[in-house]
Structure formats: C-alpha cells, structure tokens
Design a binder for this molecule. Structure first.
Ligand code: APR
Length: 236
C-alpha cells in the first residue's frame, strides 16, 4: 500500500443509494417511471421540454430531502488526509459529495444544481425550478436547460480525468454498474497506466473481471473500511 501516491476514485449512483437517491437501472428498466430516452436525451428535450424540465425540477427539489451517507463522508475524509494526488470523479448529478466536504471533485455528467444556457453556454448555479422558463441570467435572452450530460452528449472534464487516470497508482470504482461509457472504460485506462484497480459495489458490475480486486456489499460499509485501511497505511 505504501507505494500508492496518486488515487482516482469514480463513483456512480450506488454511492448515493443509501442516502435514498434511486439508482438508474432498476429491475423494470425504468428510471423513476420514465424510459431514459424520454427524459435524458437532447431529442427528448426538443420533443417535450416541459416533461424534461419537470423531471429534473423534481430531482433537484428532492436533494433537500437527502443527506450524505457514510461512503460520501469517508471519501471526503480521504480527500482531506491524502498527501498525494487525489481526484474524485462522479457520474452523479446530486450534490452529496460536496455536502460531505469533498474538494478535489469533478462532476462528469453535470449537476442538478446548475442550469445551462441554450444560447450563450453559461452554466449558472441554479436552485429553483426551470419549468417556467426563466431567461439566462448571463445573456438575458436564451432559455435554460438542466446542466446534465444527456445520452449522446460529451461528458465534462474528460481531458483532466484522462490525465489523472494516466498518472494514478490506484483506481477505485464505487457504486456503478459499468454500463455507461466513457466512465465504464476508466478501469482499462488506469490498468494500461499500471495502476492497481479496485471495485467496491453492491454486486459485480459489467466490468468486474477487469479489476484486480472486487469487494461486494453496501458502499456505506465497504467505503469507510477501505478508507480507514488506506489512511492507516500512510500512518504506519
Ligand atoms: N452500495 C454500493 N453499490 C450499490 C448500492 C449500495 N448501497 N446500491 C446499488 N449499488 C450498485 C448497483 O448494484 C449498480 O451496480 O450501484 C450500481 C448503480 O448502477 P446504475 O444505476 O447503472 O448507475 P450508474 O452506474 O451511476 O449509471 C451511470 O448512466 O443513466 C446514466 O448518466 C447516468 O450517471 C449515470 C450513468
């Protein structure tokens, strides 16, 4: 463990599940009762903007009802204490990592608490509903959409993430099904860079065989245990 200096952690919906945020790939194939192509694509937004705005307005409002769990708190503890490079990349659009105190954090699929101007491209912090069509506070003209990376759109911060993956000694994937690229391919990038790889997930992900080590169980148990072990190794 002592040779580990640079760490990249990827999180998905499973890290927020114990906070009460539903994961995406439920057994019925629906996301909160909707087909993904009806709410999470640019085509859906063009076809029925009101439905898409209502959907994300409800998700944004729901954030007031949930709190970070033991996994979010442990990752923030690791960020604060780790002496080497550390990057937490989340696919989640909730704000539970930042509310837990994580600092070195990138949201690759956007953020519920941000809007995106369809005209000027500004991405202002946004806590209210978008359904009534408020104008962009920057250009005062164009409409705002949720600042969410939909299917078919380019995830954010990819250059920075790839740079961190290429330089990491340890890559850890937490609470993600490994069904959506490019995030599902990060384990392969890290392996090629010579990093050790660890999966912490409720059950084996689609890419579980690509990891050196996989531990299966709830993130609220597995993540604090892993963080405690890692921090103990730097004190030893
Ligand atoms: N602890 C750990 N893992 C859990 C827990 C838990 N308490 N509960 C569920 N999981 C696991 C599930 O077993 C599953 O493998 O979390 C994973 C969640 O998978 P998905 O619902 O597919 O979520 P995610 O991988 O984050 O989805 C990726 O797909 O819909 C798009 O853009 C969206 O960011 C999302 C992306």
């Amino acid at each position: 463990m002592t040779e580990i200096r640079n760490i990249v952690v990827l999180t998905g919906a499973g890290v927020s599940a114990e906070s009460g945020v539903p994961t995406f790939r439920a057994a019925d194939g629906l996301w909160e009762g909707h087909r993904v192509e009806d709410v999470a694509t640019p085509q859906a937004f063009r076809r029925d903007p009101a439905l898409v705005q209502q959907f994300y307005d409800a998700r944004r409002a729901f954030l007031a009802k949930v709190e970070p769990n033991a996994a979010h708190l442990a990752l923030a503890r690791l960020d604060a204490a780790w002496p080497g490079e550390f990057l937490l990349v989340t696919q989640n659009v909730d704000d539970l990592h930042e509310r837990a105190g994580s600092q070195r954090l990138l949201h690759m699929h956007g953020e519920l608490k941000r809007a995106l101007c369809t005209g000027c491209g500004a991405a202002p912090a946004w806590l209210d509903a978008l359904e009534d069509g408020p104008p962009c506070p920057n250009c005062q003209a164009a409409a705002l959409r949720p600042d969410i990376v939909w299917f078919g759109e380019m995830p954010y911060h990819m250059a920075e993430i790839e740079e961190a993956l290429a330089a990491c000694d340890l890559f850890v994937s937490i609470g993600t099904s490994g069904a959506v690229y490019p995030a599902a391919g990060f384990v392969d990038v890290a392996r090629r860079a010579g990093a050790a790889t660890l999966e912490l997930n409720l059950d084996p992900s689609a890419g579980t065989s690509m990891f050196d080590t996989a531990r299966h169980g709830p993130a609220g148990i597995l993540v604090p245990a892993w963080v405690d072990g890692l921090l103990a190794s730097i004190k030893a």
